[in-house]
Structures are given as C-alpha cells and as structure tokens.
Design a protein around this ligand. Structure first.
Ligand SMILES: NC(=O)c1ccc[n+]([C@@H]2O[C@H](COP(=O)([O-])OP(=O)(O)OC[C@H]3O[C@@H](n4cnc5c(N)ncnc54)[C@H](OP(=O)(O)O)[C@@H]3O)[C@@H](O)[C@H]2O)c1
Length: 266
C-alpha cells in the first residue's frame, strides 16, 4: 500500500519508525518535504521511505494519507490541497473534530481520527481510533495496542489521558532529583528510578476490565511505607488534581477551554 504523511514531526517519525521496524510487507511511505532533516533521516534509514516534492504529490501518489500537522496549521495546509475521491484520509490532529476534517478533505474518504503516542516507534503503547475500521486497525496493529471506539467523545478522552506523558516524566525527574539530593550518584539515581517505574509498569499490561485497585493493594503492605505514602498523597489531593487536570484537558480538546485556562488551586 502507498501511504503518505502530511507533516513530519514527532508523531509521524514515531509512526513511520514503528511501521518500518515492523517490516510490514508491501508498504511504501511518502513524506511531505518541509521537515527536511527528519524526512531525510527517515528516508536514509528505511528503503520504504521517500520524500515528496510537495504536499500535493503526497496526496497524488498515496492511497492512504495521515494528516499530522499542528492544529493551528491545519486549515492553511489542507485548504491548499486537492483531495481526490478515491483517497483515504486519517487525521492524527488532536483538537480538530472529525466533522471539521471531513469537510476540509472532501471528496476524499475520511476514515477517522487516530491518537498514536511516541512509544509506537518501539511498537508499544496505545493507539486509539474513531470510528472503528477493521482495515485501518489491522494496518496500525503492528504499532501497539489498537483501541477502536465509535463515540468521538471517548477518543477525546483517550487523547486527554495521553497528556500524562510529560507529567509522568516530571514525576521521574522529581524522584531522581530527590535521590540526588540524598547524595546518590546521578547515574545510579536515574538507573534506580527508571528500573523501578519500568518494573512496576509491566504489571499493568494485562487488562481485565477491573481497574487497578488489585495492584494498589498488592503493592501496599499493611502499615508499610507504600500504604503511608499513598494515604498522604490522597489526603493532599494529588489524585483529585489529576482527575481535574484531565477534565481541563478534555475541555480543551473539545474547544471549551484554551491553553490559558488553569486548574483552580484555591
Ligand atoms: N506528539 C504526539 O505525541 C502526538 C500524538 C497524537 C497526535 N498528535 C497530533 O499530531 C499532530 C502533529 O504533532 P507533532 O507532535 O508531530 O507536531 P510537530 O512535531 O510540531 O510536527 C508538525 C510538523 O508539521 C510540519 N508542518 C508545518 N506546516 C507544514 C506544511 N505546510 N506542510 C507540511 N508540513 C508542515 C512542521 O514543520 P516545521 O517544524 O517546519 O514547522 C512539523 O514538522 C498534531 O496535530 C498533534 O495534535 C501528536
């Protein structure tokens, strides 16, 4: 299949890397030319990847095109392109609804919105998509865990949760900094922190649909240090703030809030 990407930033690099590393047979990838260094890097690393002369050529030579420009660039980029009827289009763009994208890419067939995350480069992590589409889900399956939803509000909810990536690494940074402040060697501080979080994360990869309360219990020895820290963080409102933060991000996803909105920290 001939697959194109309009916008070659962080997420396109991750998806293209994951697809190429998966060695999916018969896939040719054509990249838009603007992000010169990244596009060249990918085309030099993978034989299946080429760089187009311009954005229109990406559309004209592809059967399936992924839109991966920043939301604020989308209207200008899409408005300058001619979409043919037998082209299939998928959007990675976080904050623009399916209805709006479908209107801008007509008469092409809009398959829906997809929310990949950078770990797909290592063929790991969730890929939420709306609407369900067996063919597209099969194409994305080598990249990680595909989750298909038919309610676009649920896709926005998954996108909102993906905003926890930087806060997660901020937590690791905070833990490692605390260890360094105790006099621990910086390399050992990072090694311990990374290994701890990697090790416990592996416990959460077998979904049962029952939440994670059993893992909380398993890791909170009665009267132990985990039980105490969890109790104190709950009392300090940490997890309530995370829920409120997800509400805020979801509001932004759906156009009811902006980057300027903050959590009320009275
Ligand atoms: N990053 C994620 O984890 C993630 C996950 C899911 C979805 N998304 C969505 O995917 C989209 C891209 O995100 P990103 O993080 O990859 O952003 P990014 O790294 O900023 O990449 C956007 C790319 O689009 C290029 N671009 C701008 N104008 C263009 C044009 N006229 N023609 C062709 N390319 C153009 C930019 O080039 P210049 O740098 O030269 O401006 C840049 O390389 C966003 O809408 C985002 O919401 C991102």
């Amino acid at each position: 299949m001939d697959v194109g990407f309009i916008g070659v930033g962080t997420i396109t690099e991750a998806v293209v890397t994951g697809l190429c590393e998966a060695e999916v047979p018969g896939v040719s990838i054509l990249l838009s030319p603007r992000s010169v260094d990244r596009s060249r890097r990918l085309s030099e690393r993978y034989a299946a990847v080429q760089v187009a002369a311009d954005n229109q050529q990406v559309l004209d030579r592809s059967e399936l095109v992924f839109l991966a420009v920043r939301p604020q660039d989308a209207a200008d980029v899409l408005g300058a392109l001619r979409f043919r009827r037998d082209l299939k289009v998928v959007s990675f763009i976080a904050t623009i609804s399916s209805g709006e994208i479908e209107r801008q890419v007509g008469p092409a067939a809009f398959l829906g919105r997809v929310a990949p995350v950078p770990p797909v480069a290592r063929r790991s992590g969730p890929i939420a998509m709306c609407s369900p589409n067996r063919e597209l889900a099969g194409f994305l399956d080598p990249l990680g865990t595909v989750i298909e939803v038919s309610d676009e509000a649920q896709l926005d909810a998954f996108f909102s949760v993906s905003a926890l990536m930087a806060p997660y690494f901020e937590l690791l940074e905070s833990v490692s900094a605390w260890l360094r402040a105790q006099g621990v060697d910086p390399v050992e501080a990072d090694a311990y922190t990374g290994a701890l979080f990697r090790g416990i994360a592996q416990k959460s990869t077998q979904p049962k649909g029952e939440g994670f309360a059993d893992l909380v219990e398993e890791h909170a020895t009665r009267a132990g240090i985990n039980e105490q820290l969890r109790r104190e963080l709950i009392a300090a409102g940490l997890y309530d703030r995370i829920q409120a933060g997800l509400d805020l991000i979801q509001s932004r996803m759906q156009g009811r809030a902006t980057l300027d909105d903050t959590l009320d920290l009275e």
